[in-house]
Design a protein around this ligand. Structure first.
Ligand code: PA5
Length: 444
């Protein structure tokens, strides 16, 4: 398997090799702890051993369920927000669906315009939906699911339940709704928080419906897992990246920008931003993660990067084989671009990439992550690598990577304004969860 690699390009000498090596030695024991996971986080480490939720048994299960959907659906609506949809969306939007099913993303906003557009797109199509919610109190997917249910009931009558798959936690209110209504239920791992669920039913099942080779995603992750286990502290790519991030943070860089020259990595960048932002930004600490969608953003924030406050360093994704080509031919119009005659967009894009990293690294350090191709194996590697680094880096920073107390504050105000606590007496009116899951939904 072609593996991702990492280099530091530091034309401005912010960091010395000795400094990095010294810190890597200092944190060697952290690496050992993260490799196998610490007891204090055992309830959050279901992703660390790839086999737990992306082993052969589970992959076969997701594939079978996905094959049933692919047989009958034109459109598959994924209703979820944050960690519940970003990983699948990252892969599907970068690699693309391989027919016959089109994936539509919903439940990630409260915008009336957005939900109206989603429903508009479904008309006249065979629709299946996948609600993904660990905590079924999250408002966006909750009301998105309601809107989609109403649509489905109207379209398919009581049979609609056979087209609904819910990924939720066992024993939750959502689990009970599945039993009562005959929706198919997929377990949202109890031992993984949203943003670490790329390699679990949360990420892998929708990817499989889109025609993504999830076996290859799991193989990529497994390959990265083995590599990170094998590498000692002095050679560990993950420890080196975590140390560089934390050293730069100590030196006053408050932001890390993930930059890329393939716009189809936009959703991956959003996944990455959530992973680091929600895991590290706490206790008044942490690097603020942002991303640069280049070359477009070079024409907006490029000025700031090169010339503004020195508060941002960059991590570049260097996509080596984009698998795309478009040669620019001369059309006999004297547009002053003849120096590009016969050149490929891909070649021009690479020149822009090299030029940018050379220029930017004269101002601040740049990390380059070389990604051999736009394919499943590399996405598996990237997911696992960044999740592992995130855990390690948060440990060096001294914060708990697996909680997110800060997102509760606004929710309390919102729920109060919307009268949530004045609502019906409580869910117990549903009584004890009853029914047999296999009675409805997709069977295999
Ligand atoms: O990483 C997290 O835990 C969060 O970002 C969640 O994924 C996000 O809030 C969505 O949560 P839920 O699936 O419970 O609705």
């Amino acid at each position: 398997m072609k593996e991702i690699s990492m280099d530091l390009i530091d034309g401005s000498s912010w960091l010395t090799p000795e400094e990095i090596t010294g810190k890597m030695e200092e944190y060697a024991s952290y690496l050992d702890e993260v490799k196998y996971g610490e007891e204090q986080y055992e309830e959050n480490l279901g992703w660390l051993d790839v086999n737990e939720w992306a082993g052969e048994k589970w992959i076969t299960y997701y594939q079978k369920l996905a094959a049933d959907v692919r047989k009958n659906a034109d459109v598959f609506v994924v209703i979820g927000i944050g960690g519940s949809n970003q990983a699948a969306r990252a892969v599907v939007e970068a690699i693309g669906e391989t027919g016959p099913v089109t994936i539509i993303w919903a439940g990630n906003s409260i915008s009336a315009d957005s939900i109206r557009n989603v429903l508009q797109e479904l008309k006249g199509k065979s629709v299946y939906i996948n609600l993904i919610a660990k905590n079924f109190e999250t408002l966006e997917p909750g009301i998105g699911f309601r809107a989609l249910r109403s649509f489905m009931k109207k379209e398919y009558g009581e049979e609609y339940a056979k087209r609904v798959i819910c990924t939720g936690t066992e024993g939750s209110h959502l689990d009970m709704l599945c039993k009562m209504n005959g929706f198919h239920f997929l377990p949202f791992p109890l031992n993984i928080g949203g943003r670490f669920t790329a390699l679990s039913p949360v990420g892998l099942f929708p990817m499989a419906v889109a025609g993504i080779d999830i076996e290859a995603i799991a193989a990529g992750a497994q390959c990265m897992r083995q590599r990170l286990l094998k590498e000692s502290a002095s050679e560990s790519m993950a420890l080196k990246y975590a140390v560089i991030r934390n050293l730069l943070y100590q030196k006053g860089f408050g932001m890390e920008m993930l930059s890329y020259f393939e716009p189809r990595y936009f959703r991956f960048a959003k996944w990455w931003m959530q992973l680091f932002g929600e895991s590290e930004g706490k206790d008044n600490k942490g690097l603020y993660p942002l991303f640069g969608n280049f070359s477009e953003d070079l024409h907006s924030i490029g000025q700031f990067l090169q010339d503004g406050s020195n508060i941002i360093f960059e991590t570049f994704l260097d996509i080596q084989n984009t698998g795309a080509s478009y040669v620019l031919h001369n059309d006999n119009v004297d547009d002053l671009f003849d120096y590009l005659d016969g050149k490929d967009f891909d070649e021009i894009n690479r020149a822009a990439f090299e030029a940018t990293i050379t220029a930017h690294s004269k101002k601040f350090p740049c990390v380059k992550i070389s990604v051999p191709a736009v394919d499943e194996e590399t996405f598996g590697q990237l997911f696992y690598f960044f999740e592992f680094v995130c855990y390690l880096s948060a440990k060096i920073l001294g914060v708990n990577p697996f909680d997110q107390p800060g997102v509760e504050a606004y929710k309390q105000h919102m729920f109060q304004a919307l009268g949530k606590n004045r609502q019906r007496k409580q869910a117990n009116s549903y009584g004890t969860a009853v029914g047999d899951r296999s009675a409805g939904g997709i069977s295999f």
